[in-house]
Design a protein around this ligand. Structure first.
Ligand SMILES: [Zn+2]
Length: 145
């Protein structure tokens, strides 16, 4: 959403911001002399775009996607939502603001039991274990969507 927001503020297409950011990221890696074995920009692949569009169409047809609104703590310095239980950005320590933005959500509740079983028996492996346990806890608590 950072890319979309930046594009909106600059009055340019999001793709232009993404292209610029991707180039900048590559320059940073070069400047840092960071060895990179492989770098794949999936949006540059026509096949990837085709598959993503197909996935979105299938999800829309199945009514697994719905428009909603996300509300959370927004850090201006991070440029994204953060987990700020005390009203401060955990990275910057600055005060965050409450913000909302339109969002697409996936109707996870339809698949909760199958997801829980897949994660619990490691058919769907999530690492590190702390993330796996958080996913299981969220699924056990009940998914709202
Ligand atoms: Zn921050």
């Amino acid at each position: 959403m950072v890319t979309v927001r930046a594009a909106r503020e600059e009055g340019v297409p999001p793709r232009m911001v993404a292209d610029r950011d991707a180039a900048g990221f590559g320059e940073v890696l070069t400047a840092l002399r960071t060895p990179v074995d492989a770098r794949v920009r999936t949006s540059a692949s026509a096949r990837h775009l085709e598959l993503v569009r197909e996935l979105w169409r299938d999800c829309l047809t199945a009514r697994d996607l719905y428009r909603g609104e996300y509300e959370g703590a927004w850090c201006e310095r991070c440029g994204h939502f953060v987990a700020a239980s005390d009203g401060r950005c955990p990275q910057h320590g600055c005060t965050v603001t409450r913000a909302t933005e339109p969002n697409w959500s996936f109707r996870t509740s339809r698949y909760r039991d199958r997801l829980r079983d897949a994660v619990a028996c490691a058919q769907l492996d999530i690492v590190p274990a702390i993330r796996r346990n958080k996913v299981l806890a969220a699924l056990d608590a009940g998914v709202e969507t």
